[in-house]
Structures are given as C-alpha cells and as structure tokens.
Design a protein. Structure first.
Length: 283
C-alpha cells in the first residue's frame, strides 16, 4: 500500500487554495471555559470573534476554533454544547478572509460545521470515530490528521512507545491512506505528530528532532507546540509566560520541515516566520 504522498503544491482548504511555499500560521481561538492556556478568555461568542479578527490582523493564515478542551483530564463536552459554542463564531467569521478550521472529533459536530462553511476539520483523534471520515470526504474541506496515544483524560498517565518516531509515522501514514480511500485527495491532507498527546517530554523532543521523518511522508506537517507543558518543563515558565519558548519551538519546527504552525501568539510567530522566509531566498 502506498503510504507516502506525492510532492504537492498547495493545500486545498474549503473555499481556499493555500500556497505552502512559505510556512503558514494557524491562530488558535478556544471557545471553552477550561483550555490550558486561554480557557475562559474567549468563552462568549463576541470575544471569540473579536479575538479571531485580531489574530487575522496579526497575520494568521488560518483560524482554528474549538469548543472542547483536550488538555489532560479535561471534561468531555456533549456535541450539542460544542455546537452551541462554535457555530455562532463560525457564522460570524465566514466573512473574514481566511480559512476557518474547526477542532473537533465528533462526526455530528463535523457535519454541522461543514454545512456552516468550515474550511478544515482538525481532529486530534485522526478521524477514527465511526463516520468521521465519511462526513468530511464529500466536501472540499482539508483534514488535519493528528496522532494521539490513548485519550485526553488519561493519555499522560504512562505513555509508552518502542520507537516513537516510527510508530507516529506509521500511524499518520495509515490514517492518511484511510482518508484517501474515501476519496480525500493528497492536497486536502495535513498530518500532525500531536505534541503532548500521550507523550513524555522525551517523546516530544525526539519527534521534534526527527520531524523530517514525518515530512518525508509527503503530506504537509502541522505542529502545535504553542505554550504547551513541555515548554514549561524546559524553561520553568508558567503557561502565560511561554511566548518566547513557543516562538523558538515554532521556528525550530519549520526549520525541520513543518509547513503549518498552530499558535496562540500570532504576531510574535509571524516575525519569526519572516526571519525564516528571508533566509530561504538566500543561496
Ligand atoms: N493541540 C491542542 C488542541 N488541538 N490540534 C492539532 N492539530 N495539534 C495540536 O497540537 C493541538 C490541537 C491543545 O492546545 P489548545 O487548543 O490551546 O488547548 P485545549 O485543548 O486545552 O483547548
């Protein structure tokens, strides 16, 4: 079975075709009371929309909205509540000129969000829930396929791998092939190692250092390192004080081949990406 993708041009993302000739910045807006870094800050639709517009103004290429926290130990949210959180924000953001990604693992949420104009579905569960791939397949939306060992409530209890890079690579390759089997073309697929999702600090560092092995699969790699606890472990900083480490991590990730960085601090990350791009044109 072919588990590698051909070198593609851009990313087909709902209403948009995004060039991948430079790294893209995905700005995060969590419409939740309990997210690990911005929980509660944008829980009402109005402040979430305002925040998303602010991130677009700072240069976000994609906005990722989510209505359920995935931090270790977070409470599960029923689909109806998740939709109540995200749909007013998605409606209000349709006129903003960047693609809107919805961070969800529930097929019923995917269905309503896609009908409401979502350009991308970002699933931390890699579309493994029955019916998830079937919801996205007939649309034009992009899919972000993320690796996670276990499930959010318990994933950090005792993560174990014999070969973390090989296992994550194989998993992502298999899930991308499953997506392709349902008709989702290479240009709609993004893969993500899932930093912090059932991984120790050592696993995360190994994945970052060997990101090139995932890049070698051929699909664009997205990484989410922003403000995560691994940065706290390394720097000793609290979550609100991890912007410098987050920017450094995003820059390292694109240096190792990531094409999309999922971040909370768009302005600072964009500056780092500008430095990266400036060097790309120098021989
Ligand atoms: N990380 C989080 C959520 N969604 N999606 C992808 N593709 N990759 C990630 O690394 C990723 C993700 C966790 O971050 P955040 O959304 O800020 O927190 P919370 O899950 O607590 O809302």
């Amino acid at each position: 079975m072919n588990e590698s993708a051909p070198e593609g041009g851009g990313l087909r993302c709902g209403r948009y075709a995004l060039p991948l000739s430079r790294p893209l910045v995905m700005g995060v807006v969590n419409i939740t009371p309990d997210s690990f870094s911005d929980g509660g800050a944008y829980f009402d639709a109005e402040s979430a929309v305002e925040r998303a517009r602010e991130l677009v103004g700072e240069g976000a290429d994609i906005i990722d909205i989510g209505g359920e926290s995935t931090r270790p130990g977070a409470e599960a949210v029923p689909a109806v509540e998740e939709l109540k959180r995200i749909m007013p924000v998605l409606d209000a953001l349709r006129c903003v000129d960047v693609p809107i990604s919805v961070d969800t693992s529930k097929p019923e949420v995917m269905r309503v969000a896609l009908a409401g104009g979502a350009d991308m579905i970002n699933d931390i569960n890699a579309f493994r829930t029955d019916g998830a791939l079937e919801e996205v397949a007939p649309t034009a939306a992009a899919v972000c396929i993320m690796h996670m060992q276990g499930e959010p409530r318990t994933m950090q209890a005792a993560p174990h791998y014999d070969d973390v890079v090989g296992e994550v690579r194989n998993f992502l390759g298999e899930r991308a092939v499953a997506a392709k089997r349902l008709g989702i073309c290479d240009e709609r697929i993004v893969i993500d190692p899932g930093f912090g999702f059932g991984k120790t600090l050592e696993h995360n560092l190994r994945l970052l250092r060997h990101l090139g092995e995932l890049v070698g699969l051929g699909w664009p790699v997205l990484v989410g390192l922003s403000r995560k606890s691994m940065l706290g472990r390394i720097t000793g900083r609290e979550v609100g004080d991890r912007v410098h480490a987050s920017v450094a991590a995003a820059l390292l990730a694109v240096t190792y081949g990531a094409r999309i960085v999922r971040v909370h601090d768009v302005r600072a990350t964009r500056d780092a990406m500008a430095m990266f791009e400036a060097l790309q044109s120098v021989t």
